[in-house]
Design a protein around this ligand. Structure first.
Ligand code: 5AD
Ligand code: SF4
Length: 458
């Protein structure tokens, strides 16, 4: 009988992409994906280390999962528990110590070696041992050369990893330690993966990287191509209607890339450009390598190139040394930019990062109060952004089924979720439903909520 597996994904879109890749690796090895964790032969937790809460959740999940995997036999057939992702990378040894139920820990740079690692696990079992395998090396070969090729057909919108790792070393962030140094995939590998995805029905592609706009991949002639150049090349693929990229760093937002937003129609009018805080003092302490004014200039330039561009951001409140005045500067910046959408967090001291040891750590209740104030303002702006779309007709790419019968969920160019429900649920509408899925259609927005829109086909 074939073995089955279940992967739980935490954290960022890079992990979503990695989960798809691990799924491909396991399916090529004869494993079958299960939709639930109960009774499976292998569970992989693809973890996130960015904030303490995310990392601690992994340990509580292990405790729960331990009881529901295949427990047929204490040794030979018992379901295996593996921890992948950034917690695995950062806390591999500690997981081995703290969680005896875990059989395998492996880091984000080793996913192509999963079959070999599972082989090692099987070997240990064959010798009557409870398997315990740890691999958090950064191998010399790049995993991208050894992972299965892209597989389309999951959705009309796909992620494509073009860059990984980070050399920026913001003082609060674990990414440079868990994902390693910056690496850009070669252009030819990206282009062939993109072409295959489009041939399989993908209409929208989100280029992924922790520092995606620092992309500098080699062409076959040995020339270096920027992200702007890569987007221009991808835009030549027929039927690839939408191109997005995330996450970008303000310092790498070049004029060339800004121009692409004005010139390449496939480049969607939406950009996630985190600033984290509005005070230059805090930005310096965070080692962001830019100030608030230069960020505002970048956004102004983007709006000049593409007046309707929607901006999204990330914020951290309560970074060490943040005074009321510094926090007011964040609110003032938010007022100035008016984000269409944003993520905001309380500063979480992460082991091994410089900010842990900084003086003037901010009290938790002050952090909580600032976060609530910031989120009120961000939510107000998001609501205003959504409200102004009522009555507008926008192209929507339908990506997935909704919860209700006849309901489809898609996205506007500005990343807003749109729900459309077909009126009569009969045979004709079923055909229409199927033809809409994966397609871009004009939708009139009828109502707006804080997080999503309702529309009807025009
Ligand atoms: N504490 C709180 N938020 C953090 N982020 C990264 N590290 C931390 C931390 N230590 C946030 C940043 C980043 C997003 C992915 O997570 O806002 O942009
Ligand atoms: Fe972390 Fe800063 Fe790199 Fe982003 S740019 S991944 S926040 S170190």
């Amino acid at each position: 009988m074939k073995k089955n597996f279940y992967i739980k994904t935490y954290g960022c879109q890079m992990n979503v992409y990695d989960t798809e890749k691990m799924t491909d690796v396991l399916e090529a090895e004869g494993y079958v994906a299960s939709t639930e964790v109960d009774g499976v032969d292998l569970v992989i937790l693809n973890t996130c280390h960015i904030r303490e809460k995310a990392a601690e959740k992994v340990y509580s999940d292990i405790g729960r999962i331990r009881k529901v995997v295949n427990t047929e036999d204490k040794t030979q057939k018992r379901g295996l528990i593996a921890v992948a992702g950034c917690v695995g990378q950062a806390e591999g040894r500690e997981i081995m110590r703290r969680a005896p139920a875990v059989n395998l820990v492996f880091g984000p740079q080793t996913y192509h070696r999963l079959p070999a690692l599972l082989g090692e696990v099987a070997d240990q079992r064959a010798r009557g041992l409870t398997p315990r395998v740890l691999d958090t090396d950064f191998p010399a070969e790049t995993k991208f050369d050894h992972l299965p090729r892209a597989k389309a057909g999951r959705s009309a919108s796909a992620f494509l990893s073009v860059q990984e790792g980070c050399d920026k070393f913001c003082t609060y962030c674990v990414v440079p330690y868990t994902r390693g140094a910056e690496f850009s995939r070669p252009v030819a590998a990206i282009m062939s993966e993109a072409e295959e995805l489009v041939a399989g029905g993908v209409r929208e592609m989100t280029l992924l990287g922790q520092n995606v706009n620092a992309y500098h991949g080699l062409t076959e002639n040995g020339e270096v191509l920027s992200l702007a150049g890569l987007i221009r090349l991808l835009a030549k693929i027929p039927n690839l209607g939408r191109i997005r990229y995330t996450t970008s760093h303000p310092r790498d937002m070049t004029q060339e890339l800004i121009d692409v937003h004005g010139e390449v129609s496939q480049c969607m009018p939406y950009l996630h450009l985190p600033i984290q805080a509005g005070s230059d003092k805090i930005l310096t302490a965070m080692n962001r390598q830019h100030g608030a004014e230069s960020y505002i200039e970048t956004i102004d330039a983007l709006r000049k190139a593409r007046p309707d561009i929607a901006i999204s951001g990330d914020f951290i409140v309560g970074f060490p040394g943040e005074t009321d005045e510094d926090f007011e500067a964040t609110l003032a910046l938010v007022e100035r930019i008016k984000y269409a959408q944003a993520y905001s967090f309380k500063f979480s001291p992460r082991p091994g990062t410089p900010a842990v040891d900084m003086e003037n750590q901010v009290d938790e209740d002050v952090k909580a109060e600032r976060l609530a104030r910031l989120q009120d303002l961000l939510n107000k702006h998001q609501r205003e952004f959504n409200d102004q779309t009522v009555g507008m007709t926008m192209p929507v790419l339908f990506e997935r089924e909704g919860k209700q019968k006849g309901q489809l969920i898609g996205r506007t160019p500005y990343m807003q979720s749109v729900h459309v429900t077909l009126s009569a649920v009969d045979e004709t509408s079923e055909q229409e439903y199927n033809s809409l899925m994966g397609d871009v259609r004009d939708v009139e927005i009828v109502t707006a909520g804080p997080r999503s829109l309702e529309g009807r086909l025009v």
